[in-house]
Design a protein around this ligand. Sequence first.
Ligand SMILES: *Cc1c(COP(=O)(O)O)cnc(C)c1O
Length: 356
Amino acid sequence: MKVKLRKAGPNELKNPPQSMSGVVFGTQFSDHMFSMEWEDGKGWHNAEIKPYGPLLMEPSSIVLHYAQMAFEGLKAYRTDSGENVLFRPRENFKRMNNTSQRMCLPDLNIEEVLDALKQLLRLESSWVPNESGTTLYIRPTIVATEEAIGLKVSSKYLFFIILSPVGPYYPQGFNPVKIMVSDKYVRAVPGGVGYAKTGGNYAASILAEKEAKKLGYTQVLWLDAVERRFIEEVGAMNIFFVINDEIVTPQLTGSILPGITRMSVLELGKYWGLEVSERRIPIDEILAGLKDGSVTEVFGAGTAAVISPVGVLSYKEEEYYVGNGKTGTVATRFYDHLTGIQYGKEPDPFGWVESI
Ligand SMILES: *Cc1c(COP(=O)(O)O)cnc(C)c1O
């Protein structure tokens, strides 16, 4: 794929933030973006790296009405030796193709799009922040752009990648959060789009998160939509439990997003010789286990926070405390090791880190 380069002029260039402290997640964007278009009969074309800026799109574009779209989230890391690297980026583009299949969007050629991303990142290398724990967040997105408000599969698409420098997720330290189990709303249903990273899933979840925040909880833990009994996942993270020294996470049933951090925790746990399992987990089992002490840790896993320890679960207006309220040893071990691999401080036995 030939990528055209249109560089921002000297007056268009912004300066990367001097310090990442105080930068709110996802509010600053680098100087350039990648984009390409797709049309029936023509495939992907017009690949270019150009100055970051507004899109020209008709108000009748299909995505603005029916949310036919897919997105991804990954990061570039500055290692201790000063090199910029990616973490398992092919997995993100594979997952994007899985989302696209469900949403009737065109497939990406994974190697070509990864190559285009690397070209963009080389141009924007000064935007990868180098303070400890900071990253350059990468947001690939595909949207349906045909002008038609009759419901149909679009015949035109726009794919773009934008880059956003982000500060450390834990500026105040690696402390447990309080989450609320939702028994009122559900996120995804069997046969639906829960496994897809597509906008509608998040639009459907914001009311529950808004209500949870009002009550003092940072996120919602979702239950299955049929019985409201089996644990699914947190807002933008998968969930893990340590039960009698075994690491347990809900199995992928189609309504759970298959996280790459989730997959990495499972693979790393097995590599260390720990007991790990994927199965259906009734909420009652966890609440009873928190009371009798057999559930010792609860933590979320996702690209943004890597690992997010949970200190309190609220269910039907009752609060259940996890351990002694401090971050557990298993969560800490995964956090230290995964971030260690990402920043080049730990050996990478699986070849997860990819040079740019
Ligand atoms: C992105 C996401 C995750 C985490 O996936 P990672 O690949 O680990 O970042 C989990 N759940 C939901 C709903 C998500 O959108």
